[in-house]
Design a protein around this ligand. Structure first.
Ligand SMILES: *[C@@H]1O[C@H](CO)[C@@H](O)[C@H](O)[C@H]1NC(C)=O
Length: 404
């Protein structure tokens, strides 16, 4: 598996891909923060040092993974470089894996094929094509879930129904992709002790220590924890919080961001799911079955690091919900604010969107973040929603130099 140590400042990736991808590294550093920003101490921090720190001897390695579908909306070279820099203060311990999911009922072409090839060739990531020949194999399913019915396979989930109208094929192909990630985790080299999954659009922040280092501390003090969700922005910036992480049992373990203790997961597989309940998406299958194993899934509550999802029309209750400032619109707004609107494409992506995305990421890495406030605060200050897991994007804050 490829080491991504060279990716710390995005430099290797820049060389590997194309000139327009460069410039990601902390352009925010030299800029003057506006006066408003100075009220909020986190916004004045310069971006983390390039190159990162070397991990102390004996530190485990991390398998960090994301999944791509043919129609993804963000270029993975940009988002993966960001995630690698921010999940850990020791990026040289990270091995990156892309789960390349091309369900047979979709066009077999991934729109960012050239990016995938380039990341693979430059050993920034290992690209794993999801194997659909085992999609209807009960044996393959039984590596991960035991339903007690010998005919169940991942394909069985095509008949599943989600309350929020996700199609059965969506759930089955997503679950099959997550199995590919778990398989990569199980078969990783012995030095890997943590396996982390992040959706490609997850934005990550660390002031110093990353969520990986924090997760190691949680696993050390909680012997029954198997999978963790990272801290949210609200706990990351909780001034009453302590340096030691706490945890709580989440209402539902989220699949967007998962930090898994490899050895403990291995010891509980296959997870038990009653056949009658084998009709929901991976998130529920995994979270519900872990819950039966000693509350194996926990939410981290820690200071100084967080993960967050962009605005979500589905889950967020933001004051300006109607504007639907999803990550693409959000990125274009950021590009406008720094006058980086441009024509043309970056691979199959709109160049203005990509420029804005890079600027937004730079702002996050430099800590140009609004104080997290949910509803209940004056509406115009609301910056997060969905229990601090989704962004509420605001045009005025972007104009002031903040990330969202
Ligand atoms: C297994 O599941 C299938 C499909 O739901 C069902 O038709 C079959 O009766 C089940 N077999 C057993 C042994 O429960």
């Amino acid at each position: 598996m490829a080491s991504v140590s060279a990716l710390r400042a995005g430099a290797a990736l820049c060389l590997a891909i194309a000139a327009p991808a460069c410039g990601l590294q902390a352009s925010a550093e030299g800029e003057d923060a506006s006066l408003e920003l100075q009220d909020w101490p986190w916004s004045r921090r310069s971006a983390p040092g390039r190159g990162g720190e070397r991990a102390p001897p004996g530190t485990g390695r991390v398998l960090l993974s994301t999944m791509t579908f043919p129609e993804d909306n963000l270029p993975l070279d940009v988002t993966v470089a960001h995630q690698v820099r921010m999940v850990s203060k020791y990026p040289d311990t990270i091995q990156h894996v892309i789960v390349d999911n091309r369900p047979p009922w979709m066009e077999p072409v991934n729109r960012q094929e050239t990016i995938l090839q380039s990341m693979s060739k430059s050993k920034v990531s290992t690209v794993r094509r999801v194997d659909y020949s085992v999609y209807d194999s009960p044996k393959y399913l039984q590596k991960f879930f035991e339903t007690g019915n010998e005919t169940d396979s991942c394909k069985t989930l095509e008949d599943a129904h989600d309350m929020s109208d996700i199609s059965g094929q969506h759930m089955s192909s997503n679950t099959h992709g997550m199995f590919n990630f778990l398989e990569a985790c199980l078969t990783a080299e012995a030095a890997v002790d943590l396996c982390v999954f992040l959706d490609p659009d997850i934005v990550v922040y660390r002031k110093d220590k990353g969520m990986i280092e924090m997760a190691r501390e949680v696993f050390a003090t909680q012997p029954t924890a198997i999978a963790l969700n990272p801290p949210t922005m609200c706990s990351a910036f909780d001034e009453a919080g302590s340096d030691t992480c706490k945890t709580r049992r989440p209402g539902m373990l989220s699949q967007r961001y998962l930090i898994i203790n490899r050895q403990r997961l291995t010891s509980v597989l296959p997870l038990k799911v009653p056949h009658e309940e084998f009709n929901v998406n991976f998130e529920h299958l995994f979270g519900d079955s872990l819950r039966r194993v000693n509350s194996g899934g926990q939410r981290m509550i820690c200071n100084g690091a967080f993960a967050i999802h962009p605005f979500s029309a589905r889950w967020a209750h933001c004051r300006n919900k109607k504007e639907n400032l999803n990550i693409e619109r959000h990125s274009r707004l950021v590009a406008q604010s720094v006058k980086k609107e441009t024509s043309g494409d970056y691979h199959s992506f709109d160049m203005t969107m990509v420029e804005g995305l890079k600027e937004m990421i730079s702002r996050v890495e430099a800590g140009k973040l609004a104080k997290p406030q949910e509803s209940g605060e004056p509406a115009e200050l609301q910056s997060v929603s969905n229990m601090c897991e989704d962004m509420c994007v605001d045009q005025n804050r972007i104009a002031q130099g903040l990330a969202w």
